[in-house]
Design a binder for this molecule. Sequence first.
Ligand code: CTP
Length: 398
Amino acid sequence: MLRNKNILIGITGGIAAYKICELVRMFKKNDANVKVVLTPNAKEFVTELTMDTLAQDRVYIEQFNTTDKKPEHISLCDWADIFIIAPASANTIGKLANGIADNLLTSLACAFTGTKLIAPAMNTGMWENRFVQKNISALKNAGMHIVEPESGFLACGTCGKGRLASVEKVFNEAALLLYENQALKGKKILITAGGTRENLDPVRYIGNYSSGKMGKALADAAYNAGAEVTLICTFEETKPYKTITVNSALEMENAVKNEAQNANCVIMAAAVADYRPAECSVSKIKKDKNEELTIKLVKNPDILANLCKNKKQNQIIVGFCAESDDLIENAREKLAQKGCDFLVANDITRKDIAFSSDYNEVYILSKDAPIKKIDRSTKENIAKSILEIIFKGENSGN
Ligand code: CTP
């Protein structure tokens, strides 16, 4: 699987740098091509000679190399299928999170638009520092993959979290990303997430408890698998793919109509309000004027059902189904009523899954295959499994 893959490994100045010798060997043993870039500080921990002997290629350190026609931070970016930074020091993480490019490694990270895998390693206090954690969140939000450090005995003599994850773990994560990167290449996937808000007046709305976590996990998983993703959601989100923020069901319908035209697949994970207030007051509704208040509601369009009616050729349409009673029976009915290709059903009464939880357990119904259950797992894992099932028929040529 790794044969002829181009692996760019960036090493920063930390004691765990010596472990990367083994990582380079693992890739070489698996017939991958490896190039190594060192920060100036990394040279204090590993030598150029060690690294270029293991990688069987010269090591890259200098930001300004006058012999090459194309600057190295561009030519290495064109070459690499993945950029692994291990160990990633707190200093380099801070630079990556803020777009600072003051050496070859950070310039590469700034210019490289492909898959980045970051394996931090540092002292526990540094790892737990709130600015470091803020930077890690920023890297995650920008679509970079983090291999969390492990807990254990650290080189500084203390015990705690901060030790570089095992090189096997970094290697496996990279291999998985390289594999996943291929799976949905060329597909355009539209996903909706979150609960719509139906305004009553400028300060109040009718809403629901949907957190949007499942939709976001699906969008991330599709993006990581190489798809061109658009996420229509009811919250602000900074992602490496296109996001559109909407408020109400009508706004969501509009955005979905525009974006679904060219999509190979539409996944309606959003909790769309079935009704909206017939009128939205321009001014705040005052309590002194009303002893009782009756709100008239009118029906919202069913975005999913309308999508299915106007389905494009070869388009896959997936609905979600949140139920509190008779999950499977209601889901079967909904699949038929809406006319979608797949319906992902979950039980909203369970406290250990669904709304706001980081976990879920779902059943996937489709027109012609038996029901599949995906056991309780993180929403990230559930998202990957859903995408696998949806696109399985396609990839196997069925
Ligand atoms: N949905 C939609 N437009 C609506 C309501 C729901 O597109 N106005 C979509 C949801 O995004 C979801 C699916 O329909 O993919 C099922 O939503 P759900 O709330 O479970 O069912 P409803 O169709 O709203 O029916 P009910 O509330 O009566 O169970």
